[in-house]
Design a protein around this ligand. Structure first.
Ligand SMILES: [Zn+2]
Length: 277
């Protein structure tokens, strides 16, 4: 199957080597936009020092980016290009319409990440890594950047494996990566959509109100709403929760064990996987 050229989209002429820069620009713009809206209309008051939290969460993001570059320099786009070149994976072996391969890639990758997220809650060793993300006692756009580097590297290995097995079209991988990153920033926003819009949107997509429940300190709420983009998987597999037990503005965010100022520190966050409960 011939790869779809990005030049077919919005009349732009970009070689695949330039796509990462375009992706980065879109993600940076989404970050600034979400940060500005939550600054203007926050839904919850911060309980931790914002400068220290932001510095820690953004430093984790910088370390994660470096770790992925060092361990897997080709990342997802590189693997998709390699699969196309070598004829690896389902869509390079079976003749399917380009639009079908494109949509199937988006759906399969989104489901693969739902399953990955669920596994990080259900497998104790993976939970040790993932609890770094959940230990944030506030919930805002920088929570989306707060992951342990080992979790990010493992996640990239998993995503690259899915891309190769699918023989995923390069453009679909690019659209998924950028779309997923923007969705992650949006769903961690400390703002609320008007209730009617939020409810309508939740019939298909994850909203900040829906994902905030996943960051509740109540274990039964933490272990729900695993989706990032589509709400479909939670609804199909029985992990969907529409309302928190306490109000959105009053529920406790974070983990019960670390309701103090430690999660805002970088050293503590990096060592958290090795802490006893
Ligand atoms: Zn989680």
């Amino acid at each position: 199957m011939p790869p779809i050229a990005l030049s077919h989209i919005a009349g732009m002429e970009l070689a695949p080597s330039q796509w990462p820069m375009l992706g980065l620009a879109i993600m940076a713009a989404a970050f600034v936009l979400v940060a500005l809206v939550e600054l203007a209309a926050p839904v919850r008051q911060a309980v931790q020092s914002k400068p220290q939290r932001w510095l820690t969460n953004l430093a984790l993001f910088a370390i994660d980016t470096l770790a992925v570059r060092l361990v897997l320099p080709a990342a997802m786009l590189g693997e998709a290009l390699l699969a196309a070149e070598r004829g690896w994976g389902l869509f390079n072996a079976v003749e399917v319409p380009a639009w079908l391969a494109f949509i199937a890639t988006l759906l399969v990758l989104d489901f693969a990440l739902y399953m990955q997220h669920r596994a990080t809650h259900e497998i104790p060793l993976l939970w040790r890594l993932h609890r770094v993300h959940h230990s944030d006692r506030d919930f805002d756009v920088t929570t989306a950047a707060r992951f342990h580097p080992v979790e990010i590297v493992l996640s990239m290995v998993w995503k690259c494996g899915v891309v190769i097995a699918l023989g995923a079209p390069v453009l679909a991988v690019f659209v998924f990566e950028v779309g997923f990153a923007v969705a992650t920033l949006f769903t961690h926003a400390n703002f609320a959509l008007p209730r009617r819009i939020d409810r309508a949107m939740q019939s298909l997509f994850v909203t900040p109100d829906m994902h905030r429940i996943h960051h509740s300190a109540l274990e039964r709420e933490t272990n729900s709403n695993y989706g990032t983009t589509l709400s479909l998987w939670d609804k199909l597999l029985g992990t969907y929760r529409g309302e928190p037990e306490r109000e959105q503005t009053r529920m406790t965010i974070g983990l019960d064990e670390w309701q103090d100022d430690r999660p805002a520190r970088l050293g503590f966050s990096l060592l958290l996987p090795f802490q006893r409960r």
